[in-house]
Design a protein around this ligand. Structure first.
Ligand SMILES: *Cc1c(COP(=O)(O)O)cnc(C)c1O
Length: 226
C-alpha cells in the first residue's frame, strides 16, 4: 500500500535539497499537499506526518474532507477554477484561493468572506504559456487586476500562481516559471509587496524551486497516482 508519511518525508527532503542546490533560503519553499480526489484517510495520514496545508480543486470533494477533519488544524487552499455560484462556501471554508482571474469572482469572495475568518489569502493566476484557452490572465492583465484585488477588504493579495503547459525537459520548464517571477518582481518594484509564487507540481518541482517558487503544489508524489 502507498505510504503517505514515507512519501511526504521524501518530498520534504527533496525540497530542502533543492533549496540548497539553488541557493534558496532554508524553508523558503512551502509544501502544499494536493489531496484532490483522495479520501479523508489520506489527508489524515498526512496530518499525522506533520503536514497542515492541503490543496483541493473541486468544492464538493473538498467539503467531505473539510468536514471530516474539522478541528485537526488543516488549512485548505482552493486551487481550481472558482465558479461564481461557489464563491460563498469557498470564502467560508478555505484559507487561500490560488486561481483568481476575474475581478467579479474576487469581489464576491471578498464580500462573502466571514469576518471571523480573517482575510482570505489569494493569488492571481497567470497564463504564462501564451495559450488563449488556458486559465489565467495574460501577463499584461496582471497589474490592473492586482490593483483592484488588493483594494478588496476581505482579501489579502499574496502573489501569483501558474500552471504552465507540461514540458519534460528542465530548461523548457524553467521558462514560464521565470516569466512568472519577473512579473512578480515588476509588481514589487512598483510597491505591491507580494510574497508568494505558487508554482511547481510533481513533474516540474525542481524548475519551480530554481526560479523562486515559495509554494509548490504537490499531489502525485505524496498521495500516489490519481
Ligand atoms: C492537481 C494539481 C496539482 C498537483 O499535481 P501533481 O502533478 O499531482 O503534483 C497542482 N496544482 C494544481 C492546480 C492542480 O490541479
Amino acid at each position: 500500500m502507498h505510504d503517505v508519511g514515507t512519501a511526504l518525508s521524501a518530498v520534504r527532503a527533496r525540497i530542502r535539497e533543492l533549496e540548497r542546490r539553488y541557493r534558496r533560503e532554508p524553508d523558503s519553499v512551502r509544501l502544499l499537499a494536493v489531496s484532490k480526489t483522495k479520501p479523508p484517510e489520506a489527508v489524515r495520514a498526512a496530518i499525522a506526518a506533520g503536514q497542515s496545508a492541503f490543496g483541493e480543486n473541486h468544492l464538493q470533494d473538498a467539503m467531505i474532507k473539510v468536514e471530516a477533519l474539522d478541528g485537526h488544524g488543516a488549512s485548505w487552499h482552493f486551487i481550481g477554477a472558482v465558479q461564481s455560484n461557489k464563491t460563498r462556501p469557498i470564502a467560508a471554508h478555505f484559507d487561500w484561493v490560488h486561481g483568481i482571474e476575474r475581478e467579479k469572482i474576487a469581489a464576491r469572495l471578498s464580500a462573502q468572506r466571514p469576518a471571523e475568518r480573517g482575510l482570505l489569502d489569494v493569488c492571481i493566476e497567470v497564463d504564462v504559456s501564451g495559450e488563449e484557452t488556458k486559465s489565467g490572465v495574460s501577463p499584461a492583465e496582471v497589474e490592473p487586476l492586482a490593483r483592484v484585488v488588493r483594494e478588496l477588504p476581505g482579501l489579502r493579495l499574496r502573489g501569483l500562481m501558474a500552471i504552465p503547459r507540461p514540458a519534460t525537459d528542465f530548461e523548457s520548464q524553467r521558462i514560464p516559471f521565470r516569466l512568472l517571477r519577473e512579473i512578480l518582481d515588476d509588481l514589487n518594484a512598483k510597491g505591491l509587496g507580494l510574497d508568494t509564487l505558487s508554482m511547481g507540481m510533481t513533474g516540474d518541482l525542481e524548475a519551480a524551486v530554481a526560479e523562486g517558487a515559495t509554494i509548490v503544489r504537490i499531489g502525485t508524489a505524496i498521495f500516489g497516482p490519481r
